[in-house]
Design a protein around this ligand. Structure first.
Ligand SMILES: C[S@@+](CC[C@H](N)C(=O)[O-])C[C@H]1O[C@@H](n2cnc3c(N)ncnc32)[C@H](O)[C@@H]1O
Length: 321
């Protein structure tokens, strides 16, 4: 099996320099998908005119945002600056969302730094038009292992709405095992399995049934450092949007939301300020259309450029190993 990972593309200057010439988008550019009408912009989430350019007059029924979390390992700024920046991209989001729409935001709480920025973000959101609906936790299977503290295995996901968007209840693949919870319906005493709409349980607001992305999974995109599981994004999309709806994600990175849009017949509007992640987003969509695969497992999106010897027919990009 080939195991050929890329380094973290945001920090490896040498690899960045080699790959930037292959990026179709430069800052300010927007790519328009000729097949399904998706759009990918190399634009700034907090800049309202750039977001207007990305949307080209379209509105969206759902936003799924996964911004940098303001952690030391990424790009830490003074907390007030970070929250002001969040308020700016919340404003651009509201500018393009429909009157009845849903907003999901992934965000962390740094236990080494007073749990910032999650509570500060929540407080900032109290001043916004969005109404809070749920606080979801996705359980990661692996975490920061330690004998000195509880292992950190959680990812926080906030759910807000504007107006009254639809919500389609979702189910896991976990069979209902517990019996009981009797209730009288129309004079009959019923057990919960008789009343339920599914033989499997609902995920509730603690999702422990979704596998975290790692290199053995088909959906893995090497070089990306913060990829969210496709199953989590698809669960959100199926709960809070309908086929044909517009979905925005202003922090595209590996392009998970765009891929979910393609698979679930939504129209994706996504962006990233880094041309490399914009290129990966477009390539991931194209790769899926060509191969049906959701990622590159343990190879990567730039194999053709970095290891041309592995390819037989240059024009067709047929990999021989
Ligand atoms: C946590 S990652 C998103 C991961 C994504 N959900 C996925 O599954 O791959 C955050 C991304 O936001 C991008 N980013 C940072 N600041 C941005 C800004 N002002 N506007 C747009 N994108 C930005 C970064 O380059 C990075 O790729």
């Amino acid at each position: 099996m080939i195991n050929n990972p890329l380094p973290r593309l945001d920090v490896d200057a040498a690899v960045r320099e080699r790959l930037l010439p292959y990026c179709r988008l430069q800052p300010g550019d927007v790519w328009h998908d000729p097949v399904q009408g998706h759009r990918v912009g190399c634009v700034d989430a907090a800049d309202s005119s750039q977001i207007a350019q990305l949307m080209n007059g379209a509105t969206a029924q759902l936003a799924i945002h996964d911004p940098p979390y303001n952690l030391v390992a990424f790009d830490e700024r003074p907390l007030a600056d970070y929250i002001a920046w969040c308020a700016a991209w919340i404003a651009t989001t509201q500018q393009v969302l429909a009157a009845d729409s849903a907003l999901y935001v992934w965000l962390g709480a740094d236990q080494r730094h007073a749990f910032q920025p999650l509570p500060d973000f929540m407080i900032m959101m109290r001043e916004q038009a969005f109404r809070p609906r749920s606080f979801i936790t996705l359980r990661n299977q692996r975490g920061y292992g330690t004998q000195q503290n509880w292992m950190a295995v959680r990812q926080e996901l906030l759910y807000y709405v504007l107006g009254n968007p639809p919500f389609d209840v979702q189910y896991t693949a976990i069979p209902k095992a517990v019996r009981g919870y009797y209730k009288t319906v129309n004079g009959e005493r019923t057990e919960n399995s008789e009343r339920g709409r599914s033989d499997t349980i609902r995920p509730g607001n603690v999702w422990y049934d979704i596998q975290q992305v790692f290199y053995r999974m088909d959906e893995n995109v090497s070089g990306c450092y913060a990829q969210k599981p496709l199953a989590a994004i698809e669960r959100i999309m199926q709960a809070s949007s309908q086929p044909g709806d517009g979905v925005i994600d202003f922090f595209s990175h590996s392009g998970t939301t765009l891929l979910a849009c393609e698979r679930l017949q939504r129209v994706g509007y996504t962006c990233d300020t880094d041309p490399l992640f914009c290129e990966i987003t477009i390539r991931r969509l194209e790769h899926y259309r060509q191969t049906g695969r959701s990622g590159w497992q343990n190879t990567h999106p730039f194999t053709f450029e970095l290891e041309p010897d592995r390819f037989e027919l240059e024009d067709e990009k047929v990999c021989i190993s």
